[in-house]
Structures are given as structure tokens and as C-alpha cells.
Write a protein that binds this ligand. Structure first.
Ligand SMILES: Cc1ncc(COP(=O)(O)O)c(C=O)c1O
Length: 422
């Protein structure tokens, strides 16, 4: 009989990359079992989607109850109350002491597309500034905004115009906040008139780009620059949202409010739902029918999201994220004594990463990071790499992970890093 990987290769485009060959059979909180009955600890959470764990009982109960009522009417045709209520909740929870409105869509990339549409409609301007290393999705505008060519933009032709990139401040890689701001100033002098810029978009902690937090001084300076030039600030919280960084939203770390915020991933605990929340008058700029989509705000996703917000509050997941992140970072600091390849340990809350350099050359080592990932996988721990150089391992375990399972994962992580040293 043909093996599943062979069937997959024959049936599915290679464009959909895969980092493991584990075919999921069942999942519960932070554990996944494959078809052969092997058990894995999940430190990927389906790329930051199940902050509340796989199949959280409250999320599943909410979804089952919704399944028994109705599954799809399209909110643009026959609306439903829990869509309105979820918008009310997000408007109240999103940072910023001003009136807000929300729209629901289905994926993170779609949220980004809509944030750009809204920003252009509200300002009457065209240009968008994003940052090197940033990731905003695989649609055309998402690709254009993304600050990494391979694999995201290769072979896909011309990107939408009027998108500019500035360097993201990463001191570890020699770019200070001052240098980054100076580059932005130069961009405005050399490439694009700031009076033509509709929005500056950034992730409060770069996700795919390597888990680099934007320094507070940078975020505050961006807010000032935006206010000075009438530019909107868009916070892409698709990966940072929903307690991952120890706050419900990462922007809360900076005491800076964005004009528009994108959300997806852990918003609905495993069901496809995304949102854009922002200043009411900006959100109202597009005319009726300009925003939306057939599946946007699907009732199942909406029901799940209500349960996710309840769980985050009831189980104090922001506090828990900070506790787990501290334990992880302490353990990595101890491992660093024995592994000079560890160049950096970072990240707010439980949005943590470890960066590896070659011990001899001190250059980024994607090879070492990948070796650790594969050894860990072999030992039953699913890890994800990231970063422009591919030399970062990011940790995205469910914030609901049980203490015992977490301790087990930390032991596997240590053993894997030490074994990768040879
Ligand atoms: C910050 C950020 N924005 C946008 C996206 C795109 O989201 P999706 O894959 O749901 O389209 C991602 C996905 O990783 C992301 O991390």
C-alpha cells in the first residue's frame, strides 16, 4: 500500500510546505497522537492558534451548541447576535480609549488586506510602510508587506505597488531604534512623501521573522511619527494576540494604541476566524458592501471565540503565560551554560524564542536550530523554527499546558540541544 507521505506528495502541491510527517489522529490540550499511536507534546499550537489548548472543553461545548442551532447564514444576509456581541467584546478589549468598531473575516492575511483597504479608504492615501523581516500573510498585499523574499515572494510576479520597507530594530543584529527611525526618515525623504502614506504596519513582536519584540521607545516614536504626518498605525496582532505575550494584546506592553489592529489565530481556538478592530470613524470609511465576505464571522468561529475570551479570563491565562515563559527562559539560561551555540533567549510572556549561532564562527546557524528541532521531534516534542536566518526556535505551546507535560517538554528540549552539539 502507498504510504501517506507518498500519497500526500502525489496529491498535494509541494507549495504547501510541511515541517513534520506526523499525521494527526487526536489532540488534547498540549498533546497530539498520530495514526500509529505515538504521542507528541505540541510546542507549535498549529502556529499559535490553540493558546487555549487543543479542544478546550469550553470551546468544544460552545461549538457543539452552535452546531445544533445553525452553522451558516452569512452575516451580510441573515445576521446573528453573537457576531454583534463578539464585536462589542473586542471593541472593549482592544487597547485605546476611543470608540471602536470591528469586522470579521476568516484568515490573518484577509484581516491584513482589509486593514489596508480601510486605511486607504479613511485617509484617501495609497502608500503603506512595513518592516524588514515582518510577515503579514500569503495574499498579494500580505506578500508585498512581508519583509522576506524566500519562500514567500519567489515566482509570484509583481507585488502591489506603493509598499515600502524600513529596517526593524534588532540590536542583536546591529540595528538600533535610532538607526531604524533614521532609515524611516530617509525613506520619507528619498522614496515616499509621508503625506502619501496611509499606514505604517508592524507586528508588536515579529513572529515568522524571528520573535523580535519591538522596543517600547520604537513603538512610541512610530505613534508620534504617525500623528505628525496623519498616518494610521496598524498593529498586526495575528500571532501576538490572546494572552500569548502575557497581555491580551501585545500593544498593551507599550501603552500605545494603534488605529487599527488585526487578529486571527488564537482568537477562535482552532476555528477559522479573524478580525479587524479600530477607531470607529476609520472603520466606517469604506462604503456598505466594500467589506465582508461569504464566510467572514462564521457562526462556529464566533461561538468558539466567545469561549476563548471566557477561558483566557477565567483561567488567568495572561498570568499563566508569564509564569510559563519565566520557567522556560530560566531553563534555557541554565542550558546556555553548557551550550555556547545559544546566542539569545527572549520574548515577552510565553512568546519566547532561542537563537542559535555557530559556536566557532558566531554566525547564525540554521543548521543547529534544525538539528535541535529534528532531535526533539524524534523524542516526541514538536518545535517550530523561524527567523530571517532560520536560526531561531520559537515556543508556542498552549498556555493551558499542564505543569507535568511542560516539565517533560523542558527535559526533552535540554536533551535535544545538548545532543545537537554532538
Ligand atoms: C503576524 C501575522 N500576520 C498575518 C499572518 C497570516 O495569517 P494567516 O496564515 O491566517 O493568513 C500571520 C500568519 O502566520 C502572522 O503571523
Amino acid at each position: 500500500m502507498t504510504s501517506l507521505p507518498d500519497r500526500k506528495n502525489a496529491a498535494i502541491s509541494r507549495g504547501v510546505g510541511m515541517t513534520t510527517q506526523i499525521y494527526a489522529e487526536r489532540a488534547e490540550n498540549a498533546e497530539i497522537w498520530d495514526k500509529e499511536g505515538n504521542r507528541y507534546i505540541d510546542f507549535a499550537s498549529g502556529i499559535a492558534v490553540v493558546n487555549t489548548g487543543h479542544r478546550h472543553p469550553k470551546v468544544i461545548a460552545a461549538v457543539k451548541a452552535q452546531l445544533d442551532r445553525f452553522t451558516h447564514t452569512c452575516h451580510q444576509v441573515v445576521p446573528y447576535e453573537n457576531y454583534v456581541h463578539l464585536a462589542e467584546r473586542l471593541n472593549a478589549l482592544a487597547p485605546g480609549k476611543f470608540a471602536k468598531k470591528t469586522i470579521f473575516v476568516t484568515t490573518g492575511a484577509e484581516a491584513v488586506e482589509n486593514a489596508v483597504k480601510i486605511a486607504r479608504a479613511a485617509t484617501g492615501r495609497q502608500a503603506i510602510v512595513a518592516f524588514g523581516g515582518g510577515f503579514h500573510g500569503r495574499t498579494f498585499m500580505g506578500m508585498a508587506l512581508t519583509g522576506k523574499v524566500v519562500p514567500y515572494k519567489v515566482g509570484f510576479g509583481a507585488m502591489p505597488g506603493d509598499v515600502f520597507h524600513a529596517p526593524f530594530p534588532i540590536e542583536l543584529h546591529g540595528v538600533t531604534v535610532e538607526q531604524s527611525l533614521a532609515a524611516l526618515k530617509k525613506l520619507f525623504a528619498a522614496d515616499v512623501d509621508p503625506a502619501r502614506v496611509a499606514a505604517i504596519i508592524l507586528e508588536p513582536v515579529q513572529g515568522e521573522g524571528g520573535f523580535y519584540p519591538a522596543p517600547t521607545a520604537f513603538m512610541r516614536a512610530l505613534r508620534e511619527i504617525c500623528d505628525q504626518h496623519g498616518i494610521l498605525l496598524i498593529a498586526d496582532e495575528v500571532q501576538t494576540g490572546f494572552a500569548r505575550t502575557g497581555k491580551l494584546f501585545a500593544m498593551e506592553h507599550h501603552d500605545v494604541a494603534a488605529d487599527l489592529m488585526t487578529m486571527a489565530k488564537s482568537l477562535a481556538g482552532g476555528f477559522p476566524l479573524a478580525a479587524v478592530t479600530g477607531r470607529a470613524e476609520i472603520m466606517d470609511a469604506p462604503g456598505p458592501g466594500g467589506l465582508g465576505g461569504t464566510y467572514g464571522g462564521n457562526p462556529i468561529g464566533i461561538a468558539a471565540a466567545h469561549a476563548v475570551l471566557d477561558v483566557i479570563e477565567e483561567e488567568k491565562l495572561c498570568e499563566r503565560a508569564n509564569q510559563l515563559g519565566n520557567r522556560l527562559k530560566q531553563r534555557l539560561a541554565a542550558i546556555r551554560e553548557k551550550a555556547p551555540e545559544i546566542a539569545d533567549i527572549r520574548g515577552p510572556g510565553f512568546m519566547n524564542a532561542v537563537e542559535f549561532n555557530d559556536a566557532t564562527t558566531n554566525l547564525p546557524s540554521a543548521e543547529f536550530a534544525n538539528k535541535v528541532r529534528l532531535i526533539a521531534l524524534d523524542k516526541g516534542l514538536i518545535l517550530l523554527t523561524c527567523g530571517v536566518h532560520g536560526n531561531v526556535i520559537r515556543f508556542l505551546a498552549p498556555i493551558t499546558i499542564q505543569d507535568g507535560v511542560f516539565a517533560e517538554a523542558l527535559d526533552i528540549l535540554e536533551a535535544s540541544i545538548l545532543k545537537a552539539r554532538g
